[in-house]
Design a protein around this ligand. Sequence first.
Ligand code: UD2
Ligand code: MN
Length: 568
Amino acid sequence: MRRIRANAIAILTVAWILGTFYYLWQDNKPQSSPSSVTQPRGRGHGGPKGGVPGRLEIHRDDRTIPLIVTQPPRAEQQGQLLGGFDEKAYLSAKQLKPGEDPYKEHAFNLQESDRLGSERAIRDTRHYRCASLKYDSDLPSTSIIITFHNEARSTLLRTIKSVVMRSPYSLIQEIILIDDFSSDPEDCQLLAQIPKVRCLRNARREGLIRSRVRGANTASASILTFLDSHCEVNTDWLQPMIQRVKEDHTRVVSPIIDVISLDNFAYLAASADLRGGFDWSLHFKWEQIPIEQKMARSDPTQAIRTPVIAGGIFVMDRSWFNHLGQYDTHMDIWGGENFELSFRVWMCGGSLEILPCSRVGHVFRKRHPYDFPEGNALTYIKNTRRAAEVWMDEYKQYYYSARPSAQGKAFGSIADRLLLRRKLNCKPFRWYMENVYPELRVPEQEAVSSVLKQGGLCLESRGPDLILAECRGLGTNRPPPQRWELIEPHIRQQDLCLAISGFTAGSKVRMESCSSKEPRQKWKPKGTALQHMVGGLCLDSQAPAGPTIITQCRPQVASQSWEPQIIS
Ligand code: UD2
Ligand code: MN
């Protein structure tokens, strides 16, 4: 009996192996690896996961991480895509000279980039569920805008070829190159021989911000796609982004930005759990998605809300880009424009997201390989100061504390951007802090000890109650019940905080244990009044008699006027 079973298993195994070979042979695909490697069937033959032409799929035992590698196109396909462009001549005209430092010109290993040539297969780094997503068949086309200053020919060409090869051809309206006054005009001009590629050259160095605006102004498609000049786009990178923008034109979307090693040009998958963040010095950083959001994500293909975008790679509706005021064109060369755009998008009615099913590789560098006519630091300060002054309201104080060197530095006039903000009726930065980026902690303020004077009297706590009493002592001799620490949003005495008992006018105010999450304890100064943050009512002593309450704010009413007097 056991023997019969063993035989049956052996026969089934042989049949399975033969079946597999037959399947592979039918697919007419050379095999090199011991694991099963399958070529997806040709155009139009695929089932739901039938595969896409030009893609090599390596199925491993571990099916949760499929190794799908994008395949270079066949020669005849390339001919069509590149038109009369002579790629060999373009690349060979500029080669690294023997003995030259391969990092010097571009801050990445030029030798490796040149060696790779103009195209290569890269791993499809998306979650496997992305491959089965469907997109509308009538997606609008896009103008792809790439600005560059002295980019290496091999990286620039690879960026363009990856776009042409890995995007549905009909979705590319045009590829607009803005040559930001590079030393050699031919770097750009020659590329215009590639069908759909246009080349615009700046007559002087403008920086990436004005260059992108120039590109956007000549774009003819209804959707704009911005790319850096040293990228490689991955499989199906474009459709998810255009789909999201088509569904809601106020969305500004970016891909997960994979890493192309600046040393060996290996294409490395970036984590799918990151979003864009920053610190108060306006330094961009990648950060983990907050844990509650991560827990709530049941679908790994879902968009990730992000407080800011890295800046270089995003898709945006052209009319929305124009409506929101494009970019602040008084920003120079590099830096800060991503904050300005991100704050503006959120605060003026749009949203920012990262789409995990769209992947684009980018060569991240450690230094700028180009010069800043006014110096790197001053330019960054000018740009970020403009962003802070226009968009950050009272929170800009934290920017200045984190970047004291910014104080007093020139940043030009911001009148037109303030006007824009008013015209667009944008929300305050406080709204952004509360709704978009509550994880950004406001720095602990130094406690200011103060008495709160009204007329000749002082606010005093008596147990949980508050009264107006005769002021006692002087300076540091003030009695503790009359000493208040004003640490926005709290008004506290040791671990007790001033709190309202209800949100309606007339509610009593009393002392209770401080809690950072308790909305009843949040106050802010409003002139000489102390306003409750939630209901907007003001602290009122009802002088001379009754208990302290909150009522409708009335400027200049004596019972609402609290003069802080700092205790040294
Ligand atoms: C990141 C962004 C970049 C930009 C920048 C902040 C990504 C992948 N990159 O820096 O797009 O938002 O943050 O400003 O998110 N360039 C010019 N003219 C110049 C300087 C640069 O055209 O004067 C080009 C440059 O060739 C490149 C692009 O602008 O194509 C971005 O410059 P980068 O690659 O040096 O910036 P990166 O990636 O460090
Ligand atoms: Mn870049």
